[in-house]
Structure formats: C-alpha cells, structure tokens
Design a binder for this molecule. Structure first.
Ligand code: DON
Length: 552
C-alpha cells in the first residue's frame, strides 16, 4: 500500500498559536521560532524563505525570485507581491533562438545568459518592511546560522546535485560550494548527510539583513553582474539598480462555495488553478466513489485546453492581450465553455516534445495566531539555477530566462510551449506557473494556504490538493500525499504519478482515448496550512521531501 506508506511519512503539526510547512525541517523550525518569539506570519515566512535558500539551494535562494500572497486578517485583505526576476536590458526575443533544442547544455539553463535580474532580496525585504514586525537583520539570522554552521544535505539535494553534476562540476565556484570531492579530487555529488557549509553566504546574508539594497547597488551588485558576464551573460549593475518589485491584484474565483485567491500574471499558475476548479464544478467529483474516471477525464480535458491558452500568455505589461485571456480563463463564462467542451472522448492534440522530471522551487505556507497568512513560492528555476555562483559571496544565480519562449513553439525545460507572447524583452517578467493560493470557506474565513514546486505541474497539483480537501474531505497530510495526474496539452498525454491510478480507472481513461504516461517519480511537492473549524492551525508538508511542519 504505497499510499498508506506515504501517509505515515507525512506528519501534520497543529497548534492554536499558528503553524508552518515548508520543504525542509530547518526552515520550518526557523519560522516556528519566529512565531514563538511573537513574530507574525510575514516575519515567519521571510525567515523561512531565507533559510530555504540556504538548505535547499537547488530550489531557491537570494539569487532567484518569486511570489507571495499575504493575508492580513484584521483588514481581511489579500496582497499579492511579485518579486520575480526580470530580463536584463541586454535581452532580446532571439537571444536563445536556434540554441535550445540541440545537444549539449542549453544557454537558457546553464551559465550567465540564463540569469535574469534576481528579485528575492527586494521581495523578502519589502514583505518584512510593509507587513512584518521584526527587523530584517533578525529574520536573516536563522539562515545565516545554517549557512555558517552547515546543514546535512537530504536525498532531494543529492538527487538534484547528481542530475546537475555536469553544470555544477564545470564551474569551480559552484563545485567548491555544492559538491563533494571523489577519486582524484574530481567533483562528485555528495551522499546524504554530507554537510553543506556556506560561510560566504552567511556573511552576505548578514550584510543584506542590515541593508538589503546592498544586493542592488555597490560592490556586491558589481560582483553579481561581473560573475554573470564572466559566464557569457549580459547582466549589468544598471539592471540590478533598476529592479523593482510589483504589487499585483490577486486573481479570484470560486469552487463549490469557497473563494479561491491565487497569483495573477506574470504567473499562469493562478489562472490555471482557478480556471480548472471552476470548470470542474460542472462535474461530480464523487460519482460512485473516490476519483471517478469521468472526473479525471474532465480534469485532463480542461487542463489541456487551459495549457493551450497558456501558450499565448506573457507579461501583460508587454502583451496587453494576455490580460484579456487571463480574464476569460477565470470568468464563470469561460469555465462554462471549458466544461461544455468536455466530451466523452479525449480530444486530440499534437505531438510530444520531451519534458523533464523536476521538483525544485521552494514553497512555504504559514498562518499565525492572529489568522494572518502567507503563501510564498520562490525559485532559482531549474535545479541549482544557472550553476553560476558569484565568487566570494555564496550567491547562486537563477536560470529564470528559460521560462521565456526561446522561439515560438519551442518548449522550455518543463515542456511549456508558447507562441512568442512570452519572448524575452528588456525588463519583461518570464511567464511562471507558480501558484501560491489561499482558499476561504463558505463563511468567508481563511481555510487553506497552499502552493507547490514542480514547474508546469504546480497549478494542477494545487487544484488537486484543493479538490481533495473540499470534495473528498481529506486531512492535509492525506491531501498532500495523494498521487496526482497532470495534462499540459503538450505532450498530448495524461501524465500519472507512481500509483496515481487504480487499474480499472486507468483502463477506463484509455478507453476514452487518453494516452497515459506513467512517470517514474513524483513530479511536484506541495506544502499547506489549514485553519481547522475548531480554530487551531494545522500544517503539513509533501512526503516527497524530508520536509516538515512546525508549530511555535
Ligand atoms: O516559475 C516557474 O513556473 C518555474 N520557474 C518554476 C520552477 C520549478 O518549479 C522548478 N521545479 N520543478
């Protein structure tokens, strides 16, 4: 019973004083400590985000960027902050043309050209300043200590380091920081338990705790730009100085009486979560039992159409038509049209480009004793980002440029295909799938805080977790552990996690014309917090990681 095993491995933590879930126990513990000392959910989220960048550098860090949804209980208001990376001024629509599909490392993934202007430090600092109660220098301290003292690496780190060995091993600063030494002193991926020490990063974090602007101006900015350019990039000090975060209007929809609030453009994640759930409202999620095949068929059919529409999305500041498409996707009329298009058979779309197994990116969900909450998803994009480490600083730079369309019709590392609306341009934000999400119950009270890592599988993961809680009455740990399915239009296949379908359901879906693509590994990880009807907060993390939930 693999599902049962997964359930045993994913524990729930509960407390009336708040709770937090992340993909790493050290980050969850840092956040819980902040809550214990009287910090609010935003203080806790910022401390956890900095700590995640230290202990899961393959997923996120100060060289990356992300999104946060903040729920301010007293004002009953949700704020969406976009601190995602933007393309440097030297970017152009054709900068990756011709190079993406061939053999060898891709320039949009490995090395300097892959680096977009990082936004994480500005984002975390702004969250703390506007909504937190603790000075930033206190909030970086748990992360700085973890970097200084070192933390044993887990299986997730080891697996991704192995997968990225060529990229990391080719760069001495990255190899020195993230890899062990094997025979003949050659860089090798470390074994689980190897201690990852980052004393230079500890120093950088403390500098930024005193003055976050130091990332964007002055000697540190100079070194960051120089490191990217030394590796073939175009990042300049002027790009760093020009970086600004953006406050967005959260995206809203409804699912069976619940209000669902998620991330708008430049993420496609929120519109896919909301669009999918609203279309699925036209189906019976429990017809004849748990996960009826008609419901899963409808899920796949709606997902493929949503992902086909995703192909025309991009940063609305550059592609105004994208905002119109987003509005259509989350409107009740759009949902009704999507639902009506679901027939009895799988609709045919075209041939599959390859996709990669990957579950990097950091998500954290936290609720404090006042009922404030943060859902924050942050990333360096593909495992270990660009593999470019800024010498002497411990800063690992992202490869978020790969989230742009290298060319119309070209797939990114997650198999996402665009029409060119998401082409690189100076100052443009690459289209994301990240979907930090809040769900409010029928009485309007905050019920669920959720988000995930996993590239294009993020929104379908988030929607399935919500459906498990709302439709199936699952507890958090069960909802997170349940294997998932995913259709992203291209490839034209219904992807299934290990143990994701019972044999009879799989056969029924095949009989409807679905090509099932059984994946060898779980592709996403989600972390969630929930306000129980009794008033306490529960949190749980995905069993894929050795993460954990923590309470103050
Ligand atoms: O923003 C995005 O959609 C991607 N950069 C997220 C990357 C991710 O989740 C990595 N793990 N699979």
């Amino acid at each position: 019973m693999p599902l049962l095993l997964a359930l045993l491995l994913s524990a729930t933590a509960a407390s009336p004083r708040g709770a937090v879930a992340t993909g790493h126990p050290a980050a969850s513990a840092a956040a819980a400590q902040v809550l214990r000392e009287g910090g609010n959910a935003v203080d806790a989220a910022v401390a956890a985000a900095f700590a995640l960048g230290v202990v899961e550098p393959q997923s996120s860090g100060i060289g990356g960027g992300g999104f946060a949804l903040v729920y301010l209980a007293r004002e009953d208001r949700v704020v969406a902050l976009d601190f995602r990376e933007v393309a440097p001024a030297g970017a152009s629509a054709t900068m990756f043309a011709g190079g993406a599909a061939g053999a060898g490392p891709s320039r949009s993934l490995d090395g300097g050209l892959a680096v977009a202007v990082p936004g994480a430090v500005k984002g975390y600092a702004e969250l703390a300043r506007r909504f937190g109660t603790r000075p930033l220098r206190r909030l970086v301290e748990p992360a700085a200590r973890l970097a200084e003292q070192g933390a044993p690496v887990n299986l997730h780190y080891v697996r991704t380091a192995r997968a990225r060995l060529a990229c990391l091993g080719a760069r001495p600063e990255a190899a020195r920081t993230f890899l062990d030494r094997g025979a003949g002193n050659a860089p090798v991926a470390p074994a689980p338990g190897w201690r990852l020490r980052q004393p230079e990063l500890a120093r950088t974090l403390r500098t930024l705790g005193r003055d976050p602007e130091a990332f964007y101006r002055g000697p540190l900015a100079r070194r960051i730009a120089r490191a990217a350019r030394a590796e073939g990039g175009v990042l300049t000090e002027a790009d760093l100085a020009a970086y600004r975060t953006r406050e967005r209007t959260p995206l809203e929809g409804r699912y069976r009486g619940h209000r669902v609030v998620s991330m708008p453009l430049p993420s496609s994640g929120g519109s896919i979560v909301v669009g999918l759930l609203q279309a699925l409202e036209h189906e019976d999620p429990r017809a004849g039992g748990y996960r009826p095949e008609r419901f899963l068929h409808a899920m796949a059919e709606v997902e493929k159409r949503l992902f086909a529409r995703r192909a025309v999305l991009g940063d609305a500041a550059f592609v105004p038509a994208a905002a119109q498409v987003e509005r259509e996707l989350v409107s009740p009329e759009g949902a009704a049209r999507l639902a009506a298009a679901v027939g009895e058979r799988a609709a045919v779309v075209d041939a599959p480009p390859p996709t990669q197994e990957s579950s990097q990116t950091s998500h954290l969900s936290v609720v404090d004793r006042e009922g404030n909450a943060v859902a924050l998803t942050t990333t360096v994009n593909f495992s270990f980002g660009s593999c470019v480490v800024v010498p002497g600083t411990g800063i690992l730079l992202n490869d978020e440029m790969d989230d742009f369309d290298a060319a119309p019709g070209a797939a990114n590392v997650f198999g996402a295909v665009g029409t060119g609306a998401n082409a690189p341009a100076p100052g443009k934000v690459p289209l994301s799938s990240m979907a930090p999400t809040l769900v409010f119950d029928r009485a309007g009270k905050l019920a669920l805080v959720v988000g995930a890592a996993g590239g294009t599988t993020i929104p379908t993961t988030v929607a399935q977790v919500i459906s498990h809680v709302v439709d199936d009455g699952m507890g958090l740990a069960e909802a997170l552990a349940a294997p998932r399915i995913h259709h992203q239009w291209r490839p034209d296949a219904l992807q299934v996690e290990p143990n994701g379908l019972e044999a009879a359901t799989a056969r029924a879906l095949e009989a409807r014309g679905h090509r099932l693509l059984w994946r060898e590994r779980r592709w996403s990880n989600a972390h969630a917090a929930r306000v129980a009807p009794e008033g306490w907060v529960e949190a749980a993390s995905d069993p894929l990681l050795e993460g954990g939930a923590a309470v103050p």
